[in-house]
Write a protein that binds this ligand. Sequence first.
Ligand SMILES: Nc1ncnc2c1ncn2[C@@H]1O[C@H](COP(=O)(O)OP(=O)(O)OP(=O)(O)O)[C@@H](O)[C@H]1O
Length: 258
Amino acid sequence: MTYPVIHVDALHKQFPTATKPVLSNISLSIEHGEIVAFLGKSGCGKTTLLNMIGGFEAPTAGRILLDNEIVTKPSKKSIMLLQNYGLLPWRTVYSNVLFSLENSPLSKEQRHERVINGLTLVGLEDRANAMPNELSGGMQQRVAIARALAIEPEIILMDEPFAALDTFTRYFLQDEIVRINTQKRMTILLVTHDIDEAIYLADRIVILAPNPGRIYKEITIQLPRQRDRASQDFQHYRELIFKEFQLSHEPPAIEYNI
Ligand SMILES: Nc1ncnc2c1ncn2[C@@H]1O[C@H](COP(=O)(O)OP(=O)(O)OP(=O)(O)O)[C@@H](O)[C@H]1O
């Protein structure tokens, strides 16, 4: 029997200190190798949802299945990639990537191979001995991606991973993500505020509406890769999503002056 890699079932989240739930009745299935982007107004619960899928937050009700097993804690099957890279400044690039394998049962040789493979996949094999502060922001994020890849996770969770980078570095890394997804068939979940990034990367965009956070709409992006940001079809999706966003906001209060 086949099952989705991630299955979110009637998920509900309310923080103990809050008066209202953050997320309500979220149900979602994600297939192996899919890239799914989450878009939504600030505060609608995107990060909370990603944290729960990663096992860093517990649901108040409902459940998340990863490979048909209930998520109760973080696992090596999924790894979170953050905006601020999270590199250790006193370690070399090589040693930062190796760090992710420190508690693994792999032999020294196998670890070395994983580190080199990870660095090669992001094109940084020749910078293995550099220190993080010798690298640009884009390169540091590539080291963070290599570190995630070295673990060989099934799922990469990305919370606005490229938000701090300039446009061209962002485009470059978006292409890296598409290439790695094609090569490794990893499942990728991406929280972003960037509509173009979502259309460029995702097989499916999930739009969340706020108060409480819930799934408002899912849009399948039926564009072949490699996608052309300037194409008519790309513009069609942009317009569609902009339109959806107006609708997903709460309607403004109308004042009548008679
Ligand atoms: N640990 C926590 N305790 C209490 N409230 C929290 C906690 N974490 C998040 N929240 C609240 O939950 C709501 C959703 O936050 P979350 O960060 O998931 O939203 P988001 O959609 O990712 O926002 P943004 O796009 O601005 O990053 C916010 O109102 C936030 O203040």
